[in-house]
Ligand binder design. Structure first.
Ligand code: SF4
Length: 501
């Protein structure tokens, strides 16, 4: 439900970034088949049962490995309340061997689902894919303040051919890229449609390695320039591809944030060979591009010393955000097969604990499960204690970029700079309120440094911004009390979307 709070900022108290994401895959399926379809996002059990009473021909349940028991329960409810419905299972949980015997179902789809589901309904699997018109997130909160700031959702394609041994999405789609939007024109058309329908000019691109196919990105940038569109994109990309296209191109395309797999300094993946990460992260940030670096903990190469060496290396890059993820041998992945053959998978660990943010479920030569949980929390805590809140680092990147892009004669870059100024101005009341909640000296120094930078570059705050910062303070104080009391879970309401072809 929450990408950032779940695996990036959960140790950052009231500064944690909160937002929910819809079930994109389900919306893709519904948009691309002929039968009228209802999507339930985040249903309670009661709401799910209520919907079953409508008498559906088919009920699709998509689940990931930790939701195995939920999928089982839902399938049993379908059999009990709507016995004539066929049950189709899909998603990353489907390779689990117990699916066959424990979850009631009629069909299982493993891998890409749109073409599979069309085939199931007797439709042409290969007719063009229609991209759903969706917001990327909802229910956002910054320092407890509800924000309506969202982005359009784009999924240009699924999977990645790089086949890194730990990577579930790559493996799940056969170590191939499955394109939905093959050309820059396809992407541009969807951006225009989303802008028209929902008003977004900013997009979250859910593609494992978006710049792997740079021709599509080049064409998209050309079309934006031709039509005077200053769209902005958050992307995932491996370092090799950023180096290939260059930062100037990222600015022209309107890339505002990059999710970058650093992984480990001890296991050099082809995608990271020869990459100077300190320079790359610093250069991206100094051009106003937010950077999230992700690292894997509990690789075979890790002992207690080298694990901390990797943690310190990742934090030392000084990115805006960090994801630490435990190595997670998921069913069917190469690492799962290897560890299974070596007898290292702990089969008694329930599936609800098979995710990268709890305890490892394989035998590691140097770490117990309990240690893995403690060390993961310590890694996130070390990042927060050393670098301060991600939010403030992000505000720092905006002002750094604004400074760097000064004086560019290129009208596209000048527009990007103006966009940085607008965003910095919007977030300034949060920065002003942050000093009251900075949790240690490093955080207080960060807030003071960034505040001084804002004052220097943008001048003093306006009266309106002062007033807004008082409102932020009130919300932030309430959020801090929630966190302190351990009431840190937000539950989204059920969202019902009905698709009619
Ligand atoms: S480059 Fe990234 S998306 Fe591609 S296989 Fe490796 S980890 Fe997965």
């Amino acid at each position: 439900m929450e990408l950032f709070h779940n695996q990036v900022t959960h140790e950052q108290g009231g500064f944690s970034i909160r937002m929910f994401h819809p079930s994109f895959g389900l919306h893709f399926l519904a948009q691309n088949i002929s039968p009228p379809t209802t999507i339930l996002d985040f249903p309670s059990e009661a709401r799910f049962v209520e919907e079953l009473r409508q008498g559906y021909d088919v009920v699709g349940i998509s689940f990931i490995v930790p939701n195995f028991l939920r999928a089982k329960r839902m399938a049993e409810l379908v059999r009990g309340h709507s016995p004539r419905s066929k049950i189709v299972l899909g998603g990353h949980g489907t390779p689990l061997p117990e699916v066959a015997g424990e979850i009631p179902h009629d069909e299982v789809c493993v891998g890409e689902g749109v073409r599979w589901l069309r085939g199931f309904f007797g439709e042409d699997p290969d007719r063009p894919i229609k991209h759903p018109i969706l917001a990327d997130s909802f229910g956002g909160r910054i320092m407890g303040v509800p924000v309506t700031d969202s982005a359009g959702h784009l999924t240009p394609g699924l999977g990645c051919p790089n086949a890194c041994f730990f990577c579930l999405p790559s493996n799940f789609f056969g170590n191939k890229y499955v394109p939905y939007l093959e050309t820059g024109q396809d992407m541009f058309d969807v951006c225009v449609a989303i802008e028209k329908a929902l008003g977004f000019r900013k997009f979250y691109v859910m593609d494992e390695n978006f710049l792997k196919y740079p021709e599509r990105a080049y064409e998209l940038a050309d079309l934006m320039a031709k039509h005077g569109k200053a769209y902005r994109f958050s992307i995932f990309s491996s370092a090799e591809n950023i180096s290939k296209v260059g930062i100037n191109f990222l600015l022209r395309l309107g890339v505002i944030s990059v999710w970058l797999g650093v992984e480990s300094k001890f296991e050099i993946f082809a995608k990271n060979r020869g990459v100077d990460f300190p320079s790359l992260v610093s250069e991206l940030r100094s051009h106003g591009i937010l950077v999230l670096t992700s690292a894997i903990l509990f690789l075979d190469q890790h002992d207690h010393d080298s694990l901390w060496e990797d943690i310190r290396f990742t934090v030392g890059l000084e990115p805006d955000l960090v994801q630490f993820m435990q190595l997670g041998p998921a069913p069917n992945s190469p690492i799962f097969r290897k560890y299974s053959a070596e007898g290292r998978i702990m089969k008694d660990v329930p599936y609800q604990e098979w995710h990268g943010q709890g305890r490892i479920w394989f035998r590691h030569p140097h770490f117990t499960r309990e240690e893995s949980e403690r060390l993961l929390a310590e890694a996130f805590r070390y990042e927060y204690d050393t670098l301060g809140p991600s939010l403030i680092r992000m505000y720092e990147t905006l002002v750094r970029g604004y400074r760097t892009l000064d004086g560019s004669g290129d009208p596209i870059i000048a527009r990007r700079r103006e966009s940085l100024r607008r965003r910095a101005s919007k977030f300034r009341p949060f920065l002003a309120a942050a000093k009251h909640h900075a949790h240690n000296e490093a955080s207080r120094d960060l807030v003071a440094r960034v505040t001084a930078e804002y004052n220097d570059v943008f001048g003093p705050m306006t009266l309106k911004q002062h007033a807004q910062s008082q409102v932020v303070r009130a919300f932030a104080a309430r959020e801090a009390r929630r966190v302190e009391a351990g009431r840190n879970v937000y539950q989204p309401r059920t969202i019902v979307t009905r698709y009619r072809m």
